[in-house]
Structure formats: C-alpha cells, structure tokens
Design a protein. Structure first.
Length: 134
C-alpha cells in the first residue's frame, strides 16, 4: 500500500483506519510492531498460523490463518464478519498485557517468582553438585 517515498507515520495511522483488519505479516520475527500499534487502536490483528506465542497467549485475541488450508478464505471471511468482536479482543489484549507498564509488571513478577523458587533450592546437596559441576 505504501511504496515509493512513503507516508509519514501519522498518514499511515490515518489510512489504517480504512482497513477492516490488520495482517501482521512476518517481518524480522513473527511478532511485529503492527500488532502493538493496531491493537492499541482497537483494530483486529491476525497472524499467519505459526508455532510462536507469548507467555500470556495471544491465540484467543488475535486469530491465525493457516494459508495452507483449503478453507483459509472462509476463515478470513469469518474474521472480517466478526470484526467488532475481534476488535474488542485485540484492544483488550493490548490494554491487559501489552502496555509498557503491564509488560514491566509481568517481568517483575516473573523475576520475583524466579527468586522465590531459587530461595528454596539448597545448593549444598550432592544432587546440585553432581548436576552443575560434573
């Protein structure tokens, strides 16, 4: 859609509101900024079917299309037909899990959990010594 000299980011966002949904095509990695940007705007985002996921799964909030399936067009049509529902799910996922504060909170909780688990591990056991030093 945007080729040549391109558009400014503001124009890109303005134009994106004309879309029914955003395809998060693989780029450098499976998960791109498009998923963040368009979810924050309440636009439905869909992925090609893949094996990746986040620690808090996106699978119920961002649908996937298996382009190797004979029914991929029907599946895509179904997503478009349920655009409002997918928009709500996308926006919910963003606000619940992808805002910077929620991401920091998640990482902080995981680190605390790691140290809680670590604090109950006894390091002076033969099992520990055998596992780590042999």
């Amino acid at each position: 859609v945007f080729q040549g000299e391109g558009y400014s980011f503001e124009d890109y966002i303005h134009e994106s509101f004309k879309w029914k949904l955003c395809f998060n095509a693989p780029g450098i990695g499976e998960f791109t900024a498009r998923a963040f940007i368009h979810s924050s705007l309440g636009q439905p985002v869909f992925f090609r079917k893949n094996t990746y996921d986040n620690p808090v799964s996106w699978k119920d909030y961002w649908p996937e299309i298996d382009f190797n399936s004979n029914h991929w067009q029907e599946n895509l049509t179904n997503i478009i037909s349920n655009q409002k529902e997918w928009s709500e799910k996308s926006l919910h996922y963003y606000h619940t899990y992808l805002t910077p504060q929620n991401m920091v909170n998640y990482i902080h909780e995981e680190i605390e959990h790691f140290f809680d688990v670590l604090s109950i591990v006894t390091f002076d056991t033969p099992e520990f010594t055998t596992f780590f030093f042999i």
